[in-house]
Design a protein around this ligand. Sequence first.
Ligand code: FAD
Ligand code: NAD
Length: 466
Amino acid sequence: MQTSQLLILGGGPGGYVAAIRAAQLGIQTVLVENENVGGTCLNVGCIPSKALIHAAEEFHKLARYDTESPLGIQAGSPIVDIVRTTAWKDGIVERLTGGVASLLKKSGVQVVKGWARIVDGKTVEIVSSPAAQPGSGLRISCEHLLLATGSEPVALPSMPFGSQVISSTQALSPGALPTSMAVVGAGYIGMELGMAYRKLGVEVTIVEAQERILPAYDTELSKPVLASLKKLGVSLHLSCSVLGLDDAGHLRIKDAQGAESTLAVEQILVAVGRRPRIAGFGLESLLLDMNGSAVRIDDQCRTSMRGVWAIGDVAGEPMLAHRAMAQGEMVAEIISGKHRRFVPASIPAVCFTDPEIVVSGLSPGEAETAGVDAISASFPFSANGRAMTLESSDGFVRVVARRDNHLILGWQAVGGGVSELSAAFSQSLEMGARLEDVAGTIHAHPSLGEAIQEAAMRALGHALHI
Ligand code: FAD
Ligand code: NAD
């Protein structure tokens, strides 16, 4: 039997970051991955979706120049070769996953390709596939076992994946574009990919169980995205439930009043959430405490069994790559003897819709729920020169701060390109900035960042440009 100090199951952003950091710290580390390293994020998640969104945006922009453009630009009728688009996306994925493999090798991590099956809290067997016979593989023992097995898409019981019913994984590698698509779920994936497909010329209909799109965000933030959906000609069925497929393979839905109808679409993208990957590799034999369907962890990512750790999506919400990476780095440092806790001031989140949404820290509603006496102020991009020159003046930056000492509690923004503001937002929260600190910062002109300063100034009652 092979031995290791740290054995990591899963080479996604959580697992590979933990492995690199652990090896840097001199911990003898083995990482087991059944697919390519990089996990959901690099292979079938964050990166491929952002590539497709960018390609769709470029195509849409050109298509707009076909008729009329206030910029005075005219272009011919654009066409998109989606096979080439997919190949371009695959090239980016290969560069990134290849880069991760090199980093793991360079830092001295042993990567074992195969399916990990837990024997006990200190022993794992690596087999060729989830279907392989137990006892047929390599056994590795460890001092520390780190679960980083990620998550998988949730299927609808009435409509399992297969044929025209696809998950984000298939939607990110189209061999051809359908003429029409229904998207079930108006959360992150449904909205990001639904908008991208629409921009590529596909007739898109969104079906959402709740009464509004992006229910995780407040309505002020989702309103500009809703306006953009309407402008793009996306059909919306809100407060609707999905009944399944009819004999012709079309989607049957029921509205809030109980009226049934059918959507005759070529493809159906089901994006109703993801669930932690906890089945099929013997995890249940450890009898770990669970938090719903996620592995329960404390603020050091320890599970209820000594020496067994869990990070990233398998440990539940928020299922975001940067959270998995931060947890992975921390666990490696704790195992090496450092004193660390996972208590970030905020974990930012970005929804790459058009316009984009970014949130970091508390919203006004969340501050109220938390019983904090807070003030908030917004600055609209309609008063920001940079936003106007980018033809993207819908949206705003909003700040939330304690009323008594002006400590900033949260930032939110919606608008073109606001994803890049997440760094400034999270830094100000992590560094304990007050409204006066941000209002007193000189921001480059013209930039979207000026709206951050103006929002803070507005909260203090002296915005200059509104
Ligand atoms: P994963 O990335 O899921 O990696 C887990 C790995 O474990 C996989 O490679 C899997 O093959 C391997 N594995 C599982 N079980 C075994 C086993 N028994 N043996 C061997 N290997 C195993 N997040 C963001 O922050 N920003 C975004 O823009 C974003 N966009 C997304 C877009 C889409 C379409 C999707 C689906 C997700 C997106 N996410 C985004 C979420 C992000 O991808 C995840 O939060 C992140 O990948 C979680 O990392 P992880 O390391 O926990 O797990
Ligand atoms: P989600 O939780 O963001 O959205 C799911 C949506 O589906 C919700 O609006 C929900 O009300 C709706 N829904 C649920 N059941 C339904 C049903 N039966 N019929 C109709 N609607 C239904 O989930 P997702 O979009 O699948 O994304 C999964 C996770 O992946 C996200 O929570 C996020 O953590 C991650 N992700 C992040 C990004 C990003 O950071 N930009 C992008 C994509 C995915």
